[in-house]
Each structure stands twice: as C-alpha cells, then as structure tokens.
Design a protein around this ligand. Sequence first.
Ligand SMILES: Cc1cc2nc3c(=O)[nH]c(=O)nc-3n(C[C@H](O)[C@H](O)[C@H](O)COP(=O)(O)OP(=O)(O)OC[C@H]3O[C@@H](n4cnc5c(N)ncnc54)[C@H](O)[C@@H]3O)c2cc1C
Length: 279
Amino acid sequence: MNSKHSFCRSVFFVLLAMLSTNKKERLQKMKEIDISRVIIEEYSRRLSEHLENDVVIVGAGPAGLAAGYYLSKSGVKTTLVEKKLSIGGGIWGGAAGYNVVTFEDKDILDEIGVTTKKEGDLYTADAIEFATALAYKAKKAGVEIFNLTEAEDIVLKEETVKGVVVNNASVRMVGLHVDPFCISSKYLIDATGHSAELVSMLKKRKPELFPKELQEYFMNVETSEAGVVEKTGEVYPGLYVAGMSVCDVFGLPRMGPIFGGMLKSGKKVAELIKNKLKI
Ligand SMILES: Cc1cc2nc3c(=O)[nH]c(=O)nc-3n(C[C@H](O)[C@H](O)[C@H](O)COP(=O)(O)OP(=O)(O)OC[C@H]3O[C@@H](n4cnc5c(N)ncnc54)[C@H](O)[C@@H]3O)c2cc1C
C-alpha cells in the first residue's frame, strides 16, 4: 500500500469516527425520547406497585373520591380507577350545568378546605372548587388514581370478590378485541354512580342475589340523603357500594343535586373497611 493510499484510509476512518460521534451526540440530545421514557417508566412503576391493594374503588365521583381520601389518609393502600379522562364524576355540572353544588352540612367541606355559603338550610359551594379540592386532597392523602381505565368485570373466587378486571377505556370505547388485565383487592367499592356497574356485573351472573331491577326510585331528597348513608356497605363478600350506586341497588329515591350524602357515604364506606382491616 503506498503512502497516499494509507493517508486516505486514515482520513476516511477519522471522518467515520467523527460522524458516529456526532450521531451518538445527536441521539443523546433527543429530549423527546427522554420525555417518553420517564412517562412510560413512571406509569409502569405505579401500575405495577398497585396491582395488589387493600382497597380498589371504581368511579372517581364524590363518593369514590371521599372514600379514597379517608382510606388513604389512614394508611390503607387504595387504588381508584376511573373510565373518563377527568375525575369528579357528576360534580362539575352542578344542576343543569349551573355549576353550584349544595350540602346540608359542611364538616367535610371545611376539612378539605372548600369555601361555603349558608343559604337558608343549605350550604352552597362552587362545583369547580369542590371537584378540584376533593381530588387534590384524595391524591395528596395517597390514593393512586388511574383515569381512562374502565372496570369491565370482577374477579370472584370462593364466593368472594377478590379484584377487578380493567381495560383502557379507549379500547372499550371503540370495541377493540383487546384483553384486559386485573387488579387485586381485599375490598372492592362500587362507586360508579347511577349505573352501579359492578353490582350489575354480579347480578348478571347471579340474578338470585339481586332479584329486583337495579334502579333508583322517584326523587325525594329527605329520605334519600339519610338512606344512601344508612345503606352504604357490603353487598356481597368483598364488594361494597357507595354513593348513587347505593340508590340503584336498594331502590332508594334519587335526590337531585345535593352532594352531602355522597361525601358521607364515601366516608362511611371507608370507616367500614378500616374496621375490617382493623385500622
Ligand atoms: C343524568 C344524571 C342524573 C342525575 N341525577 C341525580 C339524582 O337523581 N340525584 C343525585 O343526587 N344526583 C344526580 N345527579 C348528579 C350526580 O351524578 C350525583 O349526585 C353524584 O355525582 C353521584 O356521585 P357518585 O360519586 O355516586 O357517582 P358519580 O359522580 O356519577 O361518579 C361515578 C364515576 O364512576 C365512573 N364509572 C362508571 N362506571 C365505571 C367503570 N365501569 N369503570 C370506571 N369508572 C366508571 C364514572 O365515569 C364517574 O366518574 C345526576 C347526574 C346525571 C348526569
């Protein structure tokens, strides 16, 4: 090999090395990949940590969020799944889109820092402030929330509910044939609102447990506010109901846009489960 040829070869390898270094640097500078990686890793870590739970709540309306807040505050490992993107359930729209919510008393609202106004026998609060404060307090207390996650079935073994079968809500929305995964619970709470979806799933396969149609009765605020709290509880080993689901399961009257019963029901279900867990 002559010296000219050898010089060209050296230059070629130096250029190649420079190019590959530049490429490496360019790859390292791809911030987009770093962003994607941390999101995927963090979400996967959280999901994996919450496959086993003391309590799983389905539905992030006022009842589910209140239950999550009181359970997590006492150190109970709690996961909440919500099929919609936003959490808060029926809070946001108040009544007919007038975003004011009403309550008969304000102890829980004071506790979570919501501003109230006394109007005759009732207290009013801003629906947006209520939804965000409740969600914030629940989250800060430690409840792990997976939104865009829909419960599609329950796990039942030895006549006891042991968990929930979930899927990505957008998969369900477009009806794709994609398998779900499971999250285990010692206690599962149906806080799905009017549809009482988990109880409906149980009733479908075990109709003898709930012989009557799951349906709330005509509106009657006085009886329903107390009734929803009184009837909040375990409806099958491992399965509890809270919030408007209680009205559907027990045929209680609907109660209109008054949210105190939802909060008290969430608090009560948390107390019942804490007792079972001896906390
Ligand atoms: C049509 C309509 C009628 C209403 N009527 C009344 C009434 O009669 N009385 C009354 O007090 N209030 C009524 N409201 C107001 C309001 O819905 C409730 O008071 C209150 O929000 C119920 O609280 P909750 O926590 O029980 O359930 P919701 O606030 O309804 O929250 C339930 C949550 O569960 C989620 N969810 C449901 N199924 C699943 C699933 N399979 N997987 C994951 N998440 C799920 C929902 O997306 C929702 O966010 C009504 C609202 C609507 C839209």
